[in-house]
Write a new protein. Structure first.
Length: 134
């Protein structure tokens, strides 16, 4: 069993969009709906007065969704961790369409919960001894 984490960086974005709290709230809503995620409360947002950059965090039953915008650099960083597998979502198309990104880097990282060797040993023990799954 493993979780999945997406780390996304989008560059060349519209600076005004990156400093627009309703636009970022809509982004979180779109991701939550499209990926069938379950927020456990309201998202928390902070806008930096000097640059207009915004940090957002949504605690999920599956883990978390977070973003950091840098209008002064026309970039956004997003992180989504899910403790259970989820189908991929087209983050690149979304950031290109909604934020005018000219380049998007999407990394999908599998996060196993046990070391491969330990997982293999546990599986062998279960098969050999018929140890019930906990």
């Amino acid at each position: 069993m493993s979780g999945l984490e997406w780390v996304i960086e989008a560059y060349g974005c519209d600076s005004a969009a990156l400093a627009d709290p309703p636009k970022l709230r809509a982004m979180f809503s779109a991701i939550v709906a499209a990926m069938s995620l379950r927020p456990v409360g309201e998202s928390v947002w902070h806008q930096f007065p000097k640059t207009g950059g915004i940090t957002g965090l949504c605690l999920l039953a599956e883990s978390h969704l977070a973003c950091h915008t840098f209008p002064e650099y026309q970039s956004i960083c997003l992180n989504l961790f899910c403790c259970q597998p989820r189908p991929d979502w087209d983050f690149a198309a979304y950031f290109t369409r909604e934020f005018g990104a000219t380049a998007v880097n999407v990394r999908r990282i599998e996060r196993p919960y046990t070391h491969e060797r330990e997982s293999r040993q546990l599986s062998e023990l279960r098969r050999a001894d018929q140890v019930p799954l906990v």
